[in-house]
Write a protein that binds this ligand. Structure first.
Ligand code: FNR
Length: 339
């Protein structure tokens, strides 16, 4: 099977709406919000632009006939709901133009939408520009995926110069750049290194949803580093890490977002927007773009209710919402205090 088809199929096989670290966060209830639902605004600002909703369709597919169809359906959701959408890594199309249409379909469906292209860290400025040109993209995502590569016998083994290459791209590319993990989370040091390179938008994409160590290992009988299935910082842990970095940047959360409550908790922990991959692909594969659109509508409605529950008219001041942590998330805070 084509590698991209296998990724999507295995991500769906393993997709579960089970607990993750978002369950270890509780909002402290207050019975006097002193406002109405009608006063809430869901707009958020990232990449120097205002978006009507604080979540988006994160990088996934492209590179085969089947994933072209997934991209088409995801793009319909993005268009109808005015959501930002990122494609999966376009490096396959940069090497083999015959698969380019599995990515460019996203622009055909949504000519005026906000679309992010995606390439791997280690790419140079010329490849970054080609990735943007392919989709007439409004932004570029650069993914960092060391854990995934190392689990693949055919994966990269040389990760030198990633930061220098990211810095060159960020300084010269004419569109905004988001650097993202792929489900293993980031640490405060990593976020600081990116900020020091001039990166202004960071998706800490943590553990709690799709696991690429698990997916890559399921593609072959010989398992590599199988104990890394649950490796990395969870999304809430990575958000707490990122909050330790003093500079201001667009903090984006992804990894294990299953419902509007997860989004709201991520926003309370400082994220300005949330990327959704596994849940959206699962929804669209099972119910078509209509189901994806319904999901976005439901989540938008629920976010307004959650804002009202916690007395928040807009998303700017959510850090004021009191929260408590339990279990391993609390342990993470204590362990990292003495770092
Ligand atoms: C991904 N993800 C991903 N990320 C990336 O930057 N480039 C890519 O090409 C892909 N490909 C990809 C394929 C499939 C099928 C899935 C489900 C995911 C990772 C994705 O953007 C995200 O970081 C993680 O999946 C964690 O989010 P979820 O899935 O838990 O919501």
């Amino acid at each position: 099977m084509n590698r991209k088809d296998e990724h999507a199929a295995l991500a769906m096989d393993f997709y579960r709406e089970s607990g993750n670290d978002f369950d270890l966060i509780r909002l402290v209830h207050n019975s006097f919000p002193e406002m109405s639902v009608a006063e809430t605004s869901l707009t958020t600002e990232i990449l120097d632009r205002e978006f009507p909703l604080p979540f988006f369709i994160n990088a996934m597919t492209g590179g085969s006939e089947k994933t072209k169809e997934y991209n088409r359906q995801l793009a319909e959701v993005a268009k109808e709901c005015d959501l930002m959408m990122a494609t999966g890594s376009v490096s396959a199309a940069l090497k083999d133009p015959s698969v380019a249409d599995s990515f460019t379909v996203v622009r055909q469906v949504n000519p005026n939408g906000f679309i992010a292209s995606n390439i791997g860290a280690g790419s140079n400025l010329e490849q970054a520009q080609r990735a943007v040109d392919l989709l007439e993209a409004n932004a570029l995502q650069i993914h960092v995926n060391v854990a995934q590569e190392l689990v693949m016998p055919e994966g990269d083994r040389d990760f030198s110069q990633w930061l220098a290459k990211i810095e060159t791209i960020v300084r010269h590319l004419p569109v905004p750049v988001i650097v993202k993990e792929v489900g293993f989370g980031m640490s405060r040091k990593m976020v600081q290194q990116l900020v020091d390179c001039g990166v202004t938008a960071i998706d800490i994409s943590g553990r709690g949803g799709t696991s690429f160590t698990r997916i890559e290992n399921a593609r072959r009988p010989q398992q590599e580093l199988a104990y890394l299935t649950n490796f990395g910082q969870s999304t809430p842990e990575a958000l707490l890490e990122a909050l330790e970095v003093p500079q201001i940047f667009d903090l984006i959360a992804s990894g294990g977002i299953q419902n509007a409550y997860d989004i709201y908790k991520a926003l309370v922990l400082g994220a300005r927007s949330c990327g959704v991959s596994g849940k959206m692909l699962h929804t669209v594969i099972n119910g078509g773009p209509e189901a994806g659109i319904r999901l976005v509508e439901d989540w938008s409605k629920e976010l307004r209710l959650l804002m009202t529950l916690t007395g928040q008219r807009n998303l700017k001041d959510l850090r004021e919402v009191p929260v408590t942590f339990s279990g391993s998330l609390l342990e993470w805070c204590f362990n990292r205090e003495i770092d």
